[in-house]
Write a protein that binds this ligand. Structure first.
Ligand code: 16G
Length: 198
């Protein structure tokens, strides 16, 4: 037998938060978003762009640094990250989705779909769009649209009856272009803030 080395992926590092196949099957023609040129999660426009579920190894690919462009993350250790990943996977309903620049092994975009189980609407499911962030040095590649449409179609595919979000006022137009609507008389987001551990 030869002594040649084979590249073996570390199964721990490449473990996905949810099954990756579902993203490849999403039908982007269902979205009102207009992509020019046409792209999708399966065909993101460049061979170095990959849209996929969060993996454990994303701790080393700048995932948390990207999130810190959105809000305060605190100093999360590898152990904390791993434990949260394990808990999210075990409880189900967490679809943290990322875009990687595989040339440099860096996470350049992220968005999360969380799914709430309901009694209303015949025991239906409601999706929430959370923690959307794209590295702004990758402007012009439609990555913001790509990641939001990906998780929105995912919510539909998983049977949600609606998808909700809160955002800064300056982003209303962006989300409207992707099919989100301010519902008359029903468009107020309110928060009650508690101690921030970060
Ligand atoms: C925005 C985000 C929300 C995020 C929050 C963080 C979207 C659509 N909305 O509202 O998901 O959790 O900002 O802000 O990405 P905070 O640190 O002030 O709670």
């Amino acid at each position: 037998m030869g002594m040649e080395k084979h590249h073996v992926e570390d199964p721990w590092a490449s473990e996905s938060l949810y099954p990756p196949d579902i993203l490849q099957k999403l039908d982007f023609s269902k979205s009102p978003a207009i992509f020019k040129p046409k792209i999708s999660a399966a065909q993101p426009g460049e061979d170095w762009i990959v849209v996929r579920p969060l993996q454990r190894s994303d701790f080393d690919k700048g995932f948390l640094q990207l999130l810190s462009q959105l809000t305060s993350t605190g100093n999360i250790t590898r152990k904390q990250f791993d434990e949260r990943f394990t808990q999210m996977k075990a409880s189900g309903g967490y679809y943290v989705t990322v875009i990687e620049d595989t040339r440099v092994a860096k996470i350049i975009g992220a968005a999360t779909l969380t799914i709430e189980q309901k009694f209303i609407h015949n025991c239906s499911l409601k999706g929430r769009l959370e923690d959307v962030v794209v590295n702004d040095t990758y402007r012009g590649k439609q990555l913001g649209k790509l990641i939001v449409v990906t998780v929105s179609l995912l919510a539909q595919e998983l049977g949600c009856y609606k998808m909700a979000l809160d955002c800064k006022d300056k982003l209303i137009k962006f989300y409207e272009s992707l099919g989100y609507k301010m519902e008359p008389g029903n468009s107020n987001a309110m928060n009650m803030r508690f101690d921030d551990p970060s």
